[in-house]
Design a protein around this ligand. Structure first.
Ligand code: HEM
Length: 244
């Protein structure tokens, strides 16, 4: 066996044909041919467009895997471990939101050239977003089952947050994810309006106005709604105190 002194660090040791272990492990050969070559471009900004979308899909893949494992951990009663993964998922959503800025560096007239080669390609078929949509209900169900098992209504959980710190943190982690997904939708709508306009239809025939209406959609509406209940409860308690 090669010792620390005799090992030749310049030679790859992993299986594969690429010249270095970096390229073999990360499979950069395969990864970097997933974008059109210059002779295939209708416009050179296709590289920007493909890199932004493909890297978004990678971050979304990490997001739904972490959120899915978090759901499993909640089902098993391990809330602290779930929280760690939910933080990662929320960070992924922040990254994909930030990446949208890059698309605004395209000229809207030149982008029209690229649109012509997208076929019926639409974000509605994004595997990453579709998996996240699948995972969110499972997460919500796992949270509510744990909360119910603790004998708490959502309102009670928030009123007595310090007594139920783990469950409270879990509720807030779900809200954070929901908020991040909503921020992405809002930002995406702005980018779409800035690129192709807000009164046109998309490559899959969806009016951009409809995207504008989707920005208010939430995955855990009850977690937003409970804020209203807390404000009403606080007001009612205040009125009750005043009446004493
Ligand atoms: C120039 C940039 C972009 C434009 C002009 C654009 C345009 C559109 C349009 C018009 C729709 C409505 C569906 C249709 O008819 O196509 C849509 C939906 C969607 N797009 Fe984009 N998009 C852009 C970038 C992105 C990026 C980077 C992602 C990241 C994955 C993305 C993901 C989605 C998703 C998930 C939907 C479904 C809407 C929802 O679930 O709220 N889009 N996009």
């Amino acid at each position: 066996m090669a010792t620390h002194e005799t090992e030749d660090y310049s030679q790859p040791v992993l299986a594969g044909d690429a010249p270095s272990d970096y390229e073999r492990y990360l499979r950069t050969d395969e990864l970097l041919v997933l974008q059109k070559t210059p002779d295939e471009w209708v416009h050179r900004d296709e590289l920007l467009f493909q890199v932004t979308h493909q890297s978004s899909e990678l971050w979304l893949k990490l997001a739904w895997n972490e959120a899915g494992e978090a759901a499993r951990l909640v089902e098993q009663g391990n809330i602290p471990a779930a929280l760690r993964l939910l933080q990662r998922a929320a960070m992924c959503l922040r990254f994909v939101t930030d990446q949208l800025d890059m698309l605004e560096r395209m000229d809207p007239w030149e982008y029209q050239e690229i649109r012509k080669v997208l076929g019926h390609g639409s974000g509605f078929d994004s595997p990453g977003w579709n998996e996240l949509r699948r995972v969110f209900p499972r997460l919500g169900q796992a949270f509510h089952e744990t909360r119910r098992a603790a004998g708490l209504s959502l309102e009670e959980l928030y009123v007595r947050g310090r007594e139920h710190e783990d469950l409270y943190q879990l509720a807030e982690a779900l809200l954070e994810l929901d908020e991040r997904a909503q921020l992405w939708r809002m930002r995406h709508y702005q980018v779409v309006a800035r690129s192709i306009g807000d009164k046109v239809v998309g490559t899959q025939g969806t009016p951009v106005e409809l995207l504008g209406r989707l920005v208010t959609k939430t995955s855990f509406p009850e977690l937003w709604e409970v804020r209203n209940a807390l404000t009403a409860r606080s007001k009612a308690e205040e009125a009750g105190e005043g009446g004493d």
